[in-house]
Design a protein around this ligand. Sequence first.
Ligand code: UTP
Length: 292
Amino acid sequence: MKVTKAVIPAAGLGTRVLPATKAMPKEMLTIVDKPAIQYIVEEAVNSGITDILIITNRGKGIIEDHFDRAPELEDRLLATGKTDVYDEIVSISKLANIFFIRQKETKGLGHAVSCSRSFVNNEPFAVLYGDDVIIGDDPACGQLIRAYEKYGKSAVGIKPVPEDQIYKYSSLKVEPLEGNLFNCTDMVEKPKTKDQVLSLYSILGRCVLTPDIFDILDNTPPGAGGEIQLTDAMCTMARNVGITGVDYTGKRYDMGDKLGTLQATVEIALRNPKLGGPFKEYLKNITKTLLD
Ligand code: UTP
């Protein structure tokens, strides 16, 4: 079945990027000239997704506003002849059919995904983590959709992480399939000891799930941090039927982490057609002052 639906969980508390996220969702943190979540929606759309459910919670209304029309602003832009910006602003509201639902309690990523059950309606669907921006010529979500279509199993985006960092992430048991694809048969969320580390491959930012994940989530008890972990449910699936791991091409930026937001700003600004040139000159000059 074709994957046309995507879920973007954006209801986390963003405690690692406080105080920026005290009143503003981390998904709305700006990278150059767009909020992080717009890059994510664009990636989904470029992967063939037509319907997107964004999971929000209290205080995240500005995400809805961003994907809505803005008549007063649009009128002003037209009246002042700023047609390029007008076109860009209007196009944001036409990217896809975007729906919203609230996760009423912040009980974890797994719990957030289970809020999408009636939207998904028994179809395979993509999950794009709301604080992971991935930039690349071939959209990461689309790479996972192709792996799902080829093997008929759920697919997860994976990347190797440094050995001393694996304890903050998930760790997967993988065996090579072909190219950048792996068969994943086991996983553990935030391993506590070296013995629990299955490999340095971790799930980062994206997955395509078959709808049987919802029954599994319903039977998944709270795990690491007392939250219902999506990884724990995917672990059950991996052990039962296997999951395809895709070491996707593209660079991932963690917008839930202060250093990640800085890296995103610098690298995405350098790629910007208008700002890239002058920004590179600025960086060259400023780095001269950093040499010891
Ligand atoms: P994180 O674990 O990074 O989000 O979840 P967090 O809770 O905001 O992180 P801290 O507080 O800085 O440690 C990954 C994605 O899942 C969403 C987040 O919004 C983020 O996009 N999420 C997480 C939910 O939608 N609901 C939750 O209950 C937890």
